[in-house]
Ligand binder design. Structure first.
Ligand code: SF4
Length: 89
């Protein structure tokens, strides 16, 4: 699986994302619906070909972490992944 992602900074948050977790896009799964970019254009953009999503912000602000989790749940192909840096999901 090809992943694009960036670390999520911040202490433990109420939504469960905590220090050491990563937000990534599965390039294998993404179908380029544009949903994540529409919901959070300051966090997600498109790759150089405009076909699939990529994570723009290397360190999203803590206030965005709940939104990132909501987007992960809304992605039609479950391509927005939240993983710990030790490989756990
Ligand atoms: S919502 Fe999912 S399928 Fe749509 S562009 Fe974002 S990652 Fe890709």
């Amino acid at each position: 699986m090809v992943l694009q992602g960036n670390p999520v900074d911040g202490e433990s948050a109420p939504n469960g994302i905590s220090r050491g977790e990563m937000v990534a896009i599965s390039a294998d799964r993404c179908v380029g619906s544009g949903l994540c970019q529409a919901m959070a254009p300051h966090i997600f953009g498109s790759d150089e070909h405009g076909r699939i999503a990529k994570v723009l912000r290397p360190r999203p602000e803590e206030r965005d972490l709940g939104l990132i989790r909501d987007i992960a749940e809304c992605c039609p192909v479950e391509a927005v992944l939240i993983r710990t840096t030790d490989g756990q999901s």
